[in-house]
Design a protein around this ligand. Sequence first.
Ligand code: ME8
Length: 512
Amino acid sequence: MKFYITTPIYYVNDIPHIGHSYTTITSDIVARWKRLNGFDVFFLTGTDEHGAKIAAAAKEREKTPQELCDEMSEKFREVWKLLNISYTDFIRTTQRRHFVSVEKIFQMLFDKGLIFKKKYEELYCVGCERFYARKDLDENGCCHFHKTKPVLQSEENYFFKLSAFQNALFERITNPNHKEYIEIQPEERRNEIIGKLKLGLEDVSFSRTAVEWGIPLPFDKKQTSYVWVDALINYLTGIGYTENETNFQKYWPADIHLMAKDILWFHSVIWPAILIGAGLPLPKKVYSHGFFTLNGSKMSKSLGNVISPQELVDKYGVDAARYLVATLMPFGPDGDISWQGLTLKYNTDLANNMGNLISRTIKMTEKYFNLHVPQTVPNLELAKKVAAILKENFVSDMDNMRLHKAAETLQSAITLVNRQIETDAPWELAKTDLDKLASCIYAYLQATDIIVMHLLPFMPTVSEKIWQITGAGCDINGAAKKYFENTVIPENGFSIPNAQLQSPGILFPRLF
Ligand code: ME8
């Protein structure tokens, strides 16, 4: 079973911030989740390095475009390393392998008569790297995303016959029984796409004469590929379209393309049309999330209100930062974030609930059993209850990008164990019933192990640490893979009787 997941490739004219991190962290969580479920995962991310915007940014900084791209692309890789992103490959559109893919697709579309030359004059927004009709702009004639006025450009370019794909796209987007059905999520955005599609499609310019920083067309070297066509093709290049046929056949089509709503149109209309034109299968799912604002304002470098991944990691640590960013708001609608909101969630979910469970379970094990898993008749009742709760909701939430819901279920499983501790009152049992005390502590450790396996995609390093702390003897990834195959808990649980526990230290210090 294969699973191919992609993030957008990010423009290198900006530094990576929490918006890019959100898409990449959520993709990473899904990739890790799928691996735990036995899938052979290919997870692609990378940087989008051509176009007028990059050329202008390089000029402003007195660098060559390639110098800027090398420097900025490296920043993205550094940040993904910091955030423990487990990508399979990192594609750069300035790589040789990508030029070959882009040329191949262009030539194919040209040979099929889907590309033709036309002179035109239209409004171009450099921020979006796209043309707009007047009706698509706001009341001041500005682009909705950049709030700037697109400029009139006149060129003779190569156009793609997008209009010819109207019916084919409509069928594939609206009919779930179509063998090439492309599922667009969330529902509201899918409806917007369908609404727009019904208004009719116009042919789109696929090349530029004025933009030198791009990939020359194979049939007319004076023109370069429109940056968006170049960018979309990365999803083919990244899995070996022109250099590793076996890999390409294995992973294509993509199982899910993730992104924010700003680029959903390209992914759900233009991209499928290119693929149909090139005779390639369509991605199975295109899923867009909302836009973040910070304390109610648009995040922007000029306003100085971007949250950087480094700041998040400095404040919460890598694993907690991943968890918080991915679960603070539902995947889909727009959302506002704030440092207060992040810290509140950190304290509630991690310092109080999770941290408390680990800290008191280990403290009791230390006090009553000299930091060893109690030797007792295996008591897996609580672990089974926790497993049942998680099986019912967590799995489908993870499979359907409801990561915040999956985290809620995890938290309720933790609360259940914390409540059980209150009900059992082990500190009282210590005075009256040592056998029951041993059985209870054993049960908390086993229940914690089940919780931690589910936490693994969100917090890979901390989960592994907790797994060792609770005296589970094996490798967590191997154990979790086996567990998720049939969700059966081994007869004696995971924490091994008499195993030495480790002192946790303070996993999640309370923050103010
Ligand atoms: O559009 N809130 O690149 P890009 C949420 N190169 N997500 C955000 C965000 C915010 N405030 N800001 C950025 C491009 N993102 C093209 C893509 S793909 C073939 C080509 C995330 O650098 C989100 O995933 O502008 C959004 O779709 C993406 O960054 C846009 O990145």
